[in-house]
Design a protein around this ligand. Structure first.
Ligand code: SF4
Length: 442
């Protein structure tokens, strides 16, 4: 966003007050803080309007494809480093089905892609899209594959450099608003015509350098195709990382609009491609399309993506409360932990390993782990006692005993005083819980 002075220079300077601010400068200051809309001034010239809208646009354009129910959103990042603020739109992971594989294999692959999901720290993470590629199959085999992909329920990328075949494929899946892959220097004008007619986003690639890529995006923009995705070429992991970093740096640091678009990386299925996929998730691929669908590769990749795209300033939390693990009775043990999601799910999993029913009291620690919250004064004997009372633990459980994490053994005396419960110090690590719980022979 431009500064108030930069905005002021472009305003009419009539100081007429029609925008409900006494002067143009006052209006410019509100605009810089995004408290008013530019439309509130009726006298802004068309040139100033374009300039202000451009300078206020995000450094990397947000590009969306797919349907309202299943949309893939890429781009709209504002940082070079995650720790400076956060990364906002997780890398879209997609599986490529190639028409050379035959329609049965294509269908199987697409169905597998749809089923690849799992729950981690309370969030469902999954493969977000599929792509259908034309290689050595016949045009009809390609179109059959596109038709099948359109019914999968995931955003689709159509991969062919033949503009005529692309137009035919679009006729089969237009309601799904697919991503078009791709325009190159060789097919540029014809592919731009196809993209302009449907107004769907288009990948631009096949260039030798970022400079060539930027000149093509400028050409596409002039032709009226503005939803673009960049595919920088890169044969080695090193090369790929260098090009993706150059593009991100130019967009974020230099506000270089011709490279201010999301990026895509297309990979095969060799071990090197697996490394490249992980690299792309970390820096700076907005979308990674892969041929491999093996769970042992995709699941860790999705976990990595979840880690990278979690806001570092907002810990993932679970709701505070009294949770049942199994079917606890009024005689079952009561344990407590913090509401940091990772802690909760780790503790819960370790309790489940004991195969014993337990009450698990989750205390609100603002999403901090047990030790961090204890050190920060967010987990205290008072806050635990309050949670015990709020959740009516003593009404649900007559054992009158509370097991606390070994790391906070120091709070046992005070907690006993506040709750009149017998306080048992549990293991320092939750991995020790199954043994301790079994020893309690509940
Ligand atoms: Fe200035 Fe426009 Fe506001 Fe009038 S309406 S004071 S010209 S910003």
């Amino acid at each position: 966003m431009p500064t108030a002075m930069e905005i002021y220079k472009l305003l009419p300077k009539k100081n007429c007050g029609e925008c409900k601010f006494p002067t143009c400068l006052a209006f410019a200051m509100q605009l810089a803080n995004q408290k008013v809309a530019l439309a509130a001034c009726p006298y802004v010239s068309p040139e100033a309007k374009v300039a202000l809208e451009e300078s206020g646009a995000p450094p990397i354009k947000l590009v969306t494809f797919g349907t309202a129910d299943a949309a893939a959103k890429i781009g709209d990042e504002t940082q070079l480093f995650r720790h400076d603020k956060a990364f906002f739109h997780p890398t879209v992971l997609g599986i490529i089905a190639d028409d050379a594989e035959g329609i049965d294999m294509v269908k199987a692959k697409l169905e597998t892609a749809r089923s690849l999901s799992f729950e981690r720290v309370g969030q469902i993470i999954r493969v977000d899209s599929v792509a259908v590629r034309h290689s050595t199959g016949t045009p009809q085999e390609f179109l059959d594959a596109v038709r099948y992909a359109a019914g999968i329920g995931l955003p689709v990328t159509i991969m062919t450099e033949d503009p005529k075949l692309m137009a035919e494929a679009l006729a089969l899946c237009a309601p799904g608003r697919p991503l078009l892959y791709r325009a190159t220097p060789q097919n540029f004008d014809d592919m731009i015509t196809v993209a302009k007619a449907c107004a769907f986003p288009l990948v631009i690639g096949g260039t030798a350098s970022a400079e060539e890529l930027s000149s093509l995006t400028e050409k596409a923009k002039k032709a009226g195709v503005v939803d673009l995705v960049l595919e920088p070429s890169g044969s080695t992991a090193n090369d790929m990382l260098e090009k993706l970093t150059t593009i991100r740096r130019a967009a974020i640091k230099k506000k270089f609009r011709p490279l201010g678009y999301p990026t895509v990386t297309v990979l095969g299925k060799s071990p090197r491609d697996e490394i490249k996929a992980a690299l792309g998730v970390m820096k700076y691929s907005s979308m990674v399309l892969m041929e491999d669908v093996s769970r042992e590769f995709i699941y860790p990749l999705m976990a990595l993506r979840q880690n990278i795209f979690t806001d570092p300033q907002v810990p993932i939390q679970v709701k505070a409360g009294l949770y049942k693990v199994g079917e606890p009775t009024d005689k079952s043990p009561v344990l407590f932990t913090s509401n940091f999601s990772l802690t909760y799910f780790t503790v819960r999993a370790d309790i489940e390993k004991s195969k014993l029913p337990v009450w698990l009291l989750v205390v609100d620690t603002d999403g901090q782990s047990v030790m961090t919250a204890f050190a920060a004064g967010k987990l205290t004997p008072e806050s635990v006692a309050k949670a015990i009372e709020a959740e009516k633990v003593k009404e649900k459980n007559t054992r009158n005993e509370l097991m606390i994490p070994g790391q906070v053994s120091r709070m046992s005396g005070k907690l006993n005083e506040l709750t009149n419960m017998k306080v048992v110090v549990g293991p320092r690590e939750s991995s020790g819980l199954p043994k301790v719980l079994k020893a309690m022979s509940v």
